[in-house]
Unconditional design. Structure first.
Length: 392
């Protein structure tokens, strides 16, 4: 510990990790302000095991099923743990939303009660939390095994990002704060912390953060401009219209959509800025006498090679969720002219192309910031020594 405090380089490297852990602790304790907005106030949520099912009230109409499924349940937690009761699984005729239970399944249920009496049990969905925890645990173990201390930092970064989005971004959006300004602020904090966890608080961090955030700003401006030009309303986002009907009619969905463009591409922008900064730093380490412009040109060469794959990465990331929609278009014989004009497709074009613009600009911007911040220091030191010698 004493050596850590005395060594400035080690302090700069470990300070971001300590700051990240403190930030995670603060965010965990930070209330969102919507804890009291539960849909069921007098209700208990827990897991339940399905003992038997009664499908006699289910109506089959082709591919979809409607009606209700009545299940005998053993409550596995909550106020009525161990009790056996009956629950109802309502079917709305939607393959997307409906679920069918079988004996032996575990379900997430909401128990409405009064005193010690169970009034009704509603079956929400299959219980998946234990499997999600298992998946996260296996991921964390493998990450630490293969990446060591870097894996620990990656896990801290992952947790911090989730908490920043859930505890800061989403509540502030719901409270009516300006979506673009809040999105930029959250993105800047995450960019700084994520890159600092890689490098520590040093010149490399400053170079990468500067280039990445400039790229995010370019994406922000272009996203806002082309959303207006394409006449895209923010209701194109899934579930956004339901949010308006739930009492949040004051929200500006279009500005939230604009913010989602640069937030969605920020990860790829950060990745590319770190790659270029690391490449420039490696060149400077091998050739300390290299000029700033030569180092910047080396960074641009690396950026050119990376941009070809990163833009395709964005395309695959965004289009992967719309494969079914594209299949519908093809199955119906929809002309490509109509497809490109469809608002859902146009919104994804904005996400992909504008995000790619951010990647195209972050490469030269990061190359310039890296070149000027990382190179030329030895030349500057030599010049200072010459001035001192001349003065003597």
């Amino acid at each position: 510990m004493t050596s850590l405090l005395r060594d400035p380089a080690r302090r700069r490297y470990y300070a971001p990790l300590l700051l990240c852990l403190v930030l995670i602790a603060v965010l965990l304790a930070l209330p969102t302000g919507f804890e009291g907005a539960l849909q069921y106030q007098q209700a208990d949520r827990c897991a339940a095991r399905v003992l038997s099912v009664d499908d006699s009230a289910i109506i089959d109409t082709g591919l979809v099923r409607s009606g209700e499924q009545r299940c005998q349940l053993e409550l596995l937690g909550g106020l009525f743990k161990g009790q056996t009761t009956y629950g109802v699984n309502m079917l709305n005729g939607s393959l997307e939303q409906d679920k069918i239970f079988a004996p032996g399944d575990k379900a997430m249920v909401v128990v409405s009660y009064q005193g010690d009496e169970i009034l009704s049990v509603t079956m929400i969905d299959h219980y998946r939390i234990n499997k999600e925890i298992l998946l996260a645990g296996v991921f964390a173990v493998f990450l630490i095994l293969f990446a060591g201390r870097t894996g620990v930092r990656a896990i801290a970064s992952f947790a911090m990002t989730i908490l920043m989005l859930w505890k800061v971004l989403v509540p502030l959006y719901l409270k009516g704060f300006h979506p673009i300004l809040i999105g930029l602020a959250v993105t800047l904090v995450l960019t700084l912390m994520i890159i600092a966890l890689v490098y520590g608080f040093d010149r490399r961090c400053a170079a990468a953060v500067s280039g990445a955030f400039l790229g995010v700003l370019v994406t922000c401006v272009l996203g806002a401009a082309f959303t207006d030009l394409f006449q895209i309303h923010g209701a194109v986002m899934s579930y956004s219209e339901s949010l308006l009907y739930a009492g949040f009619s004051h929200l500006n969905l279009t500005q939230i959509f604009m913010a989602s463009i640069f937030i969605g591409s920020a990860g790829a922008v950060i990745d590319l800025s770190v790659d270029i900064t690391s490449a420039v730093n490696e060149v400077v380490e091998k050739r300390p006498d290299i000029s700033r412009w030569e180092a910047a040109r080396s960074g641009m060469n690396v950026g050119r090679a990376a941009m070809g794959t990163m833009t395709t990465t964005l395309l695959l990331a965004y289009s992967g969720g719309y494969v079914a929609l594209l299949m519908v278009f093809m199955a119906q014989g929809t002309p490509l002219y109509n497809i490109l004009n469809y608002k859902y497709v146009a919104s994804e074009i904005i996400h992909t192309v504008v995000g790619s613009f951010g990647l195209v600009t972050v490469a030269p911007l990061t190359a310039l910031t890296s070149g000027f911040l990382l190179a030329g220091r030895k030349q500057g030191a030599a010049a200072d020594n010459m001035i001192k010698e001349a003065a003597e």
